[in-house]
Design a protein around this ligand. Structure first.
Ligand SMILES: [Zn+2]
Length: 330
């Protein structure tokens, strides 16, 4: 078995949004490099500020902080949006960005002048995807939500989702028929994969198909330039492992070159550094127990206990580092 501390790793999905170095300190002590993903979340600092922070902390002692840029949708309905966006992406790539994030506000909140929802496969985005495909710039796609979001609270599979959607009814799509359904988001994303077969695309959060690994596999088979990350969805793998551990192990074996580790830890200006540190160390150590050992495990997120996957060190090296380096060209 490999030892956690000695193993060089990358957490390829964090949000480094505040001017303090807690995450970098913790990363150094646990042998992690990091990729911060700029995202147009209303509660985050502006995209420009996120980018400035990523560049400011690019090298910190032994830790590399890589970053992915994102598109601003502020002027999305102007005719020159695509042209300006491509110009900005060129600049971001020259400034060290490793890819471009498309967030779930596309599909879940932006409405067109006719009140319909702007989906990822809208013509608006096509010149941008053509440019990204032509230049082999990776897209980081977060479309939709976990399928639990479209289920009543009592049917949701993991406790984090139950708590989150109980607290945020405005995001609980089961209550909002007027919004696009789960499969509309998945289909819009799949249409892009179909239309741009050479576009390197990382489906964040298990490509929003966390509820069924066969659905993830189907797309990995169909789209050779698709990879997935595990950010904030490892708990769903606990759930699958409790049901059938071997199926989860087979998934990792089969797609060992296309799965990227990440936590989705967020440090905002208002975050308490001590709780960020505790949360991050908790995630890193429990995920390692799950992926790298065969210990019997429990999680507050699900009712049943489950066993660690005990993945081989060559698979762990890929999931924890090599795949991020290759897919994001770090
Ligand atoms: Zn994220």
């Amino acid at each position: 078995m490999c030892s956690f501390g000695d193993f060089p790793k990358i957490d390829a999905h964090i949000h480094f949004n505040s001017d303090q170095d807690t995450i970098l300190e913790v990363a150094e002590s646990h042998n992690f490099d990091l990729l911060t993903i700029n995202t147009e979340v209303p509660a985050f600092p502006s995209i420009d500020k996120q980018q400035v922070l990523a560049q400011k902390y690019r090298h910190h002692s032994k830790v590399d902080l890589f970053y992915a840029a994102t598109v601003s949708t502020k002027e999305i309905f102007r005719d020159d949006w695509a042209e300006k966006t491509i110009k900005k992406i060129k600049k971001d790539i020259n400034n060290g960005a490793s890819g471009v994030k498309f967030w779930k506000n596309i599909g879940m909140s932006i409405q067109k002048p006719d009140n319909s929802f702007l989906m990822l496969d809208d013509n608006k985005f096509k010149p941008v995807f053509s440019f990204l495909e032509k230049n082999q710039i990776p897209v980081l796609g977060h479309q939709g939500e976990p399928k639990n979001c479209w289920l009543p609270i009592e049917k949701m599979t993991v406790k984090g989702d139950k708590e989150y959607f109980a607290k945020h009814p405005e995001y609980h799509m089961y209550l909002h028929d007027e919004y696009p359904g789960y499969w509309q988001h998945i289909n819009a994303r799949d249409n892009i994969l179909e239309e741009y077969p050479n576009l390197p695309f990382v489906g964040l959060h298990l490509a929003s198909l966390e509820w069924n690994l066969d659905e993830v596999s189907k797309r990995l088979e169909k789209y050779p330039n698709l990879a997935v990350d595990l950010a904030e969805r490892i708990v769903h793998l606990y759930y699958h492992a409790a049901e059938n551990k071997d199926r989860v192990i087979n998934f990792f074996r089969k797609y060992q070159n296309r799965i990227i580790y990440g936590t989705d830890i967020i440090s905002n200006p208002t975050s308490n550094p001590d709780s960020v540190k505790r949360d991050l160390e908790h995630r890193w150590t429990t995920h390692w127990q799950f992926l790298a050992t065969n210990n019997k495990l429990n999680s507050e997120e699900i009712d049943s206990s489950f066993q660690g996957l005990n993945l081989s060190s060559s698979i762990l090296k890929k999931i924890y580092r090599k795949n991020a380096i290759e897919w994001y060209k770090l």
